[in-house]
Design a protein around this ligand. Structure first.
Ligand code: BGC
Length: 766
């Protein structure tokens, strides 16, 4: 087998290198190389002492399973897991959190197992730990890489203080399908923006030194193409071509690898007939060979077992064999490696070198985290107390929350609100909700800990505020794991809301999705306001037209009616712990909104998947009235309601004088410059976006591709020139064999404040 041969050759060379190093101390002048080699040597030393069972144990990850600080469990699954831990048959645990609990399990691994190898403790620190920052798609809307990196760094700070040293984040799946509930976890639809954000998040989590007590290992997930599940239905089949795979799906993963991400997670979906977990092309050929990735790959939860249901593996042993051979290094909660790998080696079905390769990768990350020096380095009760929920972390959460808000409409400058003398009616169940703003994937946060819109608005005391919920959004339980029941019938509180709205100067309506309507397992076939909220909105509109609609949601919504009728619309996603404060600051103008959409908002769900970087087709334009033979819908426009990159401000910006400063031939770079002026009366920030269009190519290119952006703050009347540089990296693309191509021809360059900008200039690559 080709892969095995390569691993054998690689191991041979590692061995030779280590012997050589020991004799000559060859790398004494190169700190980094020396450090890597020292760790490699430690890994080899340890590996040489391990039994086959202990090696397999490192590849086994269990979910938290008993009252860790109580007596050892007796009977059942928990007792088995506890014994495995003592016997060195567990390399990692997930969902064990808090210093006390982490300390308890770590103690068993370190002090009771034969070799005392510390556990790596994983957790889904997706957007904060206890203190919750905006859901990732909201953070992406800030386009503020510094703030995004800081948010991840704060999440690392808080979670590391709770004993965690590995997050299953960032999720960097590109997705064009708003029906898919997991779009809330990603950075949206664009691979360029997605790559920049992937890098920022990884740098935030991992910091400059992985072995600092304040940083944690990151995990690029889900490899690969999970965002392209058919119909947006979670866990569904993926069947996409190589052009999409290379140009849309892979770029953020390449960026993650280049940023030094320590781990990858594979995905639940099959890709073109082969489940990602058993996909040797993805994990061995592309990731480990072509990209030369030397971290480890963890399976997704139970995804090794799921290969049986996929119809790819006969039974558990077969699934374990396929997964290992395909490059899945650690088994999350399938129990199949620990149950079958030994026998698979003993019966020569699996070569031990594959196991050694996986264990080397896992041990290396543990050494890099500094766990062998001090397995309890993340376990300091005092530090946990001091850091959890601290001001520093909350300040950062508020900062990114403000920056994540997108102003979608502001007719007649209804916003910002006046701070005094107004009667403001706040309407909507979500306005007083202190749980929903935490969003999905916030397992460690306590319910009712977010600042609600009502609380945030009430801190401004110059206006008279009245509140009416209007209608419940949900009925019954709203727990993390439960399917939400939405109120579709009860309108008994409409009357009171209409009364309150009737006597108000301004109505702020907070409507949208509950935090648990998006996330894993929460796909939807409708993108409209759930339940009776649309009706409520229309009823209120009948008595008061001065409505500010504040949307809370984890995915793009189709809000055609609101866009036509409601004068002001604010996209406020699920903004986390500081949600209400951030929203109030934007509504009152203490923060001038600067967010831009990272995902297209459709007019109608029938348009989905809808995305800005689409292909032109052979029939892009109407040939004339009454002629149907062109690429369109007969009952809806092709265009989105709000395009990718779109977002307003309380000021306005003008783009002028786009220039190509130097041609490509002079130095294989093209410099594009543009002048931006703040033409309004307030200071404001604008995300200046550059798109290219490669007008003809051997593989057709999208009508627009984002290739640069810059966040710029301008005073009223101020003008600044921004330069962008385009190199082969921005101008080329992958062909269908994964080869990078740069082709001569005509290009258009667009620079503006959204993907629909028409400010453009042309150049030719000769
Ligand atoms: C999700 C992963 C997550 C894992 C562990 C799975 O269901 O797909 O993204 O990291 O669970 O919680």
């Amino acid at each position: 087998m080709r892969i095995l041969k390569k691993i054998k050759i690689a191991s041979f060379f590692v061995g030779i290198l280590i012997i050589f190093w020991s004799c000559t101390n060859l790398f004494s002048n190169e700190n980094e190389t020396q450090e890597v080699t020292v760790i490699d040597q430690k890994v080899e030393n340890l590996l040489s002492k391990m039994t086959l069972e202990e090696k397999i144990g490192q590849m086994n990850q269990y979910n938290g399973f008993w009252d860790f600080t109580g007596p050892a469990p007796k009977g059942g699954d928990a007792e088995k897991k506890y014994k495995d831990l003592k016997n060195g048959l567990v390399g990692s645990m997930l969902n064990v959190r808090g210093v006390k609990d982490v300390m308890a399990v770590q103690k068993v691994a370190v002090e009771e197992s034969r070799l005392g190898i510390p556990l790596i403790i994983g957790f889904d620190v997706i957007h904060g730990y206890k203190t919750i920052s905006p859901i990732p798609i909201a953070e992406a809307a800030s386009w503020d890489l510094e703030a995004i990196q800081k948010s991840a760094a704060m999440a690392a700070l808080e979670s590391s203080a709770a004993g965690i040293n590995w997050t299953f984040a960032p999720m960097i799946d590109i997705s064009r399908d708003a029906r898919w509930g997991r779009v809330m976890e990603g950075a949206g639809e664009d691979p360029f923006l997605g790559s920049k954000i992937a890098t920022a998040r990884i740098n935030g989590f991992q910091g400059d030194e992985l072995n600092s007590n304040f940083t944690i290992a990151a995990c690029a997930k889900h490899f690969a193409a999970y965002g392209f599940v058919e119909g947006g239905r979670d866990y569904n089949t993926v069947d996409i071509g190589t052009s999409t795979l290379y140009n849309m799906v892979f770029p953020p993963f390449i960026a993650a690898k280049n940023a030094g991400v320590k781990t990858f997670m594979n995905s639940f979906n099959e890709l073109n007939g082969v489940p990602a977990t058993g996909n040797s092309y993805l994990q061995r050929d592309i990731l480990k060979e072509q990209w030369d990735y030397n971290g480890f790959v963890v399976s997704d939860w139970g995804s090794i077992t799921e290969m049986i249901a996929h119809g790819h593996a006969k039974d558990g042993a077969h699934a374990a064999e396929i997964a290992l051979k395909a490059g899945s290094d650690m088994d999350m909660e399938s129990y199949l490696y620990v149950s079958h790998l030994k026998n698979l080696v003993d019966t020569d079905k699996v070569d031990i070198q594959l196991i050694d390769d996986a264990v080397r990768r896992i041990l290396k990350v543990k050494f890099e985290l500094g766990l062998f020096e001090d397995p309890y380095r993340y376990c300091d009760l005092e530090r946990e107390k001091e850091i959890t929920g601290s001001k520093k972390i909350n300040d950062a959460a508020l900062d990114i929350a403000k920056k994540s808000i997108v102003l979608l409409k502001n007719e007649g400058d209804l916003l910002p609100l006046k701070k005094e003398g107004q009667k403001i009616a706040i309407i909507g169940a979500l306005a007083s909700d202190k749980t929903s703003p935490l969003g999905s994937w916030r397992i460690a946060a306590d319910d009712h800990t977010a600042v609600s819109v009502l609380e945030g608005m009430s801190e401004y005391n110059g206006n008279l505020i009245t509140f009416s919920k209007g209608a419940d959004l949900t009925i019954g339980k709203t727990e993390f794991v439960s399917e939400l029941k939405i109120n579709t019938t009860n309108k008994s509180e409409f009357k009171e809301a209409i009364r309150v709205a009737n006597s108000a100067d301004i109505v702020v309506m907070v409507l949208g999705e509950h935090g648990f309507q998006s996330g894993e397992g929460r796909s939807r076939t409708s993108l409209e306001l759930p339940g009776v909220q649309q009706e409520l909105l229309e009823e209120i509109f009948k008595v008061n037209k001065n409505i500010v609609l504040v949307l809370n949601n984890g995915r793009p919504l189709a809000i055609n009616w609101a866009d036509k009728n409601i004068p002001a619309i604010v996209e406020a996603w699920q903004l986390g712990t500081q949600s209400g404060h951030a929203i109030a600051k934007v509504l009152y103008g203490d923060y001038n909104p600067s967010g831009k959409l990272p995902m297209t908002f459709p007019r109608n769900i029938g348009q989905v998947p809808l995305y800005y970087n689409y292909k032109n087709t052979g029939r892009p334009n109407s040939p004339g009235p009454e002629i149907v033979f062109w690429s369109h819908y007969s009952d809806e426009e092709n265009t989105p309601l709000y395009p990718f990159g779109y977002g307003l401000s309380y000021t306005t910006f003008n783009y002028s004088d786009i220039k190509i400063v130097n041609s490509y031939n002079s130095n294989q770079k093209i410099k594009v410059s543009v002048d931006i002026t703040n033409t309004g009366k307030r200071k404001g920030k604008e995300v200046i976006q550059l798109y290219i269009r490669d007008k003809y190519a051997s593989i057709t290119r999208p009508v627009k591709e984002l290739k640069g952006f810059e966040l710029l703050e301008l005073d009223p009347g101020e003008i600044k020139t921004i330069n962008f540089v385009l190199t082969d990296k921005e101008l080329g693309f992958y062909d269908n064999n994964g080869e990078w191509l740069l082709e001569n021809g005509e290009f258009e360059v667009f620079v503006g404040g959204s993907s629909e900008t028409t400010n453009k200039i042309n150049f030719e690559l000769k």
